[in-house]
Design a protein around this ligand. Structure first.
Ligand code: FAD
Length: 293
């Protein structure tokens, strides 16, 4: 099924993001996680794809196929392009087609130092390339706090508009912790004539190891409320886990009250416990909205 069909029937689409297990480990190690995630009935599950290439890319395709063909949940397969040759991207597209996958999140990815591949420069190059080669729904990424390389939020949104105009069916945001950044972004994006559905990306900060890495990689702002929470519970793993779940729940409840987004995409990081707790907290809100007038 094409994910665009979901946005036609639901006011709020609810999804998870997972990553493939390392190639050295057995793929069956993720079965437990997928058993639990699929029980939560997300509308779809997205599967990350390493811009660094390597054998993990085959794992991403294998995992997306597993989500679809064993767990019967719609997958959104991430595909990156910046360090790839055209041939490698063609191989990936063909492999996805073979597995019956109909939805791709087309991404540039981050350049690897020393990479000499110049076949693709931006996600927009990849979007056109995929469109010429298959009948996929293609989604894209967007940045409520502006992409770190963009010279301004205005230019970033101009670039986003160019990308969307190539035929993207929806957008997933980078993670953010201050909903006001998201609301400001939505105002600007809608003002720029970008009308596709946008799902808010929520990354629960539940582990000490995640905290620094997440903040650094996503270049995201940490509001005082979250900073206090981290400072207080950083050395107590159980408390940090529960506080992170509560923070994410609070963010989602606020987003759902606003009608600014058409979906919630939870970066569950293969943590079925976190996914379950958050889903239990918010599912009645989402069901209420989807079943209301
Ligand atoms: P683009 O849309 O190409 O934008 C990149 C930069 O170039 C921006 O600053 C933009 O303003 C600028 N730009 C775009 N077009 C032009 C143009 N024509 N001229 C000049 N400037 C331009 N990374 C992974 O490796 N694997 C993943 O699975 C993955 N999943 C992600 C999922 C989501 C929802 C998000 C938000 C990010 C994900 N990333 C992933 C990270 C992503 O690859 C990086 O953020 C990357 O730096 C940008 O990718 P993009 O597709 O947004 O790039």
């Amino acid at each position: 099924m094409k994910i665009s069909e979901l946005f036609k029937t639901k006011k709020v689409v609810y999804s998870f993001e997972i990553f493939p297990p390392k190639v050295e480990s057995n793929i069956s190690g993720i079965y437990d996680t997928l058993d639990n995630l699929s029980d939560l009935k997300p509308d779809y599950i997205s599967v990350t794809y390493s811009a660094g290439g390597g054998s993990n890319n085959a794992r991403s395709i294998e995992l997306a196929s597993l989500v679809k063909n064993k767990y019967h949940v719609e997958p959104l397969a991430h595909v990156t392009c910046i360090n790839s040759t055209k041939q490698k991207v063609i191989d990936t597209i063909e492999a996805l087609k073979k597995e019956g996958i109909e939805n791709i999140l087309a991404l540039r990815g981050d350049r690897i130092p020393g990479s000499v591949c110049n076949d693709f420069k931006y996600a927009s190059d990849l979007i056109s390339f995929i469109k010429e080669r298959g009948d996929f729904d293609i989604a894209g990424a967007c940045y409520p706090e502006t992409h770190p390389e963009a010279i301004s939020s205005e230019v970033d949104i101009e670039n986003l508009k160019r990308k969307v105009d190539l035929g993207l069916t929806h957008l997933n945001t980078q993670l953010f912790y201050d909903n006001d950044d998201f609301y400001r972004f939505i105002d600007k994006v809608r003002g720029a004539g970008i009308n596709v559905p946008i799902q808010a990306g929520i990354m629960p900060l539940v582990k000490k190891s995640n905290v620094d890495r997440t903040i650094q990689m996503a270049a995201t702002k940490i509001p005082a409320k979250l900073s206090r929470m981290i400072a207080k519970f950083n050395d107590d793993p159980t408390a940090l886990m529960e506080a992170g779940i509560l923070y994410a729940t609070d963010q989602i409840a606020d987003l759902l009250s606003s009608s600014a987004c058409q979906g919630i995409h939870v970066y569950v990081m293969n943590n079925a416990y976190v996914a379950k707790k958050i889903t239990q907290n918010v599912s009645s809100l989402i069901d209420g909205i989807n079943n209301g007038d």
